[in-house]
Design a protein around this ligand. Structure first.
Ligand SMILES: [Zn+2]
Length: 188
């Protein structure tokens, strides 16, 4: 991300760019040493900070993004970034697949049973889902891990639920408690 502040420390920006890998490694190492509770608290506080930041700089941010946006350039930019990061993306997906395999497995029959037990309804918002995981089908379901794999959840049928796409996007790697609170807020 390009600098937002009107008075950025140019030296720090340069330093950060030059030591990107080293800084990332240090951050990862420090994160690894935290307890699970500390990790959760950290994620929570980051989220809160970002929320406040967006709120505080709402006008400036929207002007900034509007000024930067160039539809013609946009596609090329994403294309380029994808090409640069393709190997990372693939490695990441492979990691995820391997991680999932190590955490158990489920079958299409499990998913069918799940669909029946949920009466084909999204557990997040109550939308009636089509009995298909095909992305081209409107209101198809997505298989979600109730306890996210990223937080140590398993990949077996008892940790799965079917969600509509928007709910799955919203939930992402959210802890089930937080998700439950979110649903309550949405339906209140
Ligand atoms: Zn939903």
């Amino acid at each position: 991300m390009t600098k937002l502040s009107s008075d950025p420390s140019a030296r720090f920006v340069r330093y950060r760019a030059a030591h990107r890998e080293e800084r990332a490694a240090r951050t990862r190492e420090a994160y690894r040493r935290l307890t699970e509770e500390q990790k959760k608290a950290l994620v929570e506080s980051r989220r809160e900070y970002q929320k406040q930041y967006r709120e505080k700089h709402k006008v400036r941010l929207s002007e900034y993004y509007r000024a930067r946006y160039d539809p013609q350039d946009n596609h090329a930019r994403y294309r380029k970034r994808y090409e640069q990061k393709r190997h990372e993306y693939i490695a990441c997906a492979e990691d995820r697949q391997r991680n999932l395999r190590e955490r158990g497995s489920h079958t299409q029959e499990d998913i069918d049973r799940l669909y029946a037990s949920q009466c084909g309804v999204c557990t997040g918002c109550g939308l009636q889902l089509e009995n298909s995981r095909d992305r081209r089908v409107k209101n198809h379901y997505e298989v979600d891990h109730v306890m996210p794999v990223a937080l140590g959840g398993s990949n077996t049928a008892d940790n799965l639920q079917l969600l509509c796409c928007p709910c799955n996007r919203r939930k992402h790697a959210m802890h089930p408690d937080e998700w439950a609170a979110r649903i309550q807020k949405l339906s209140a």
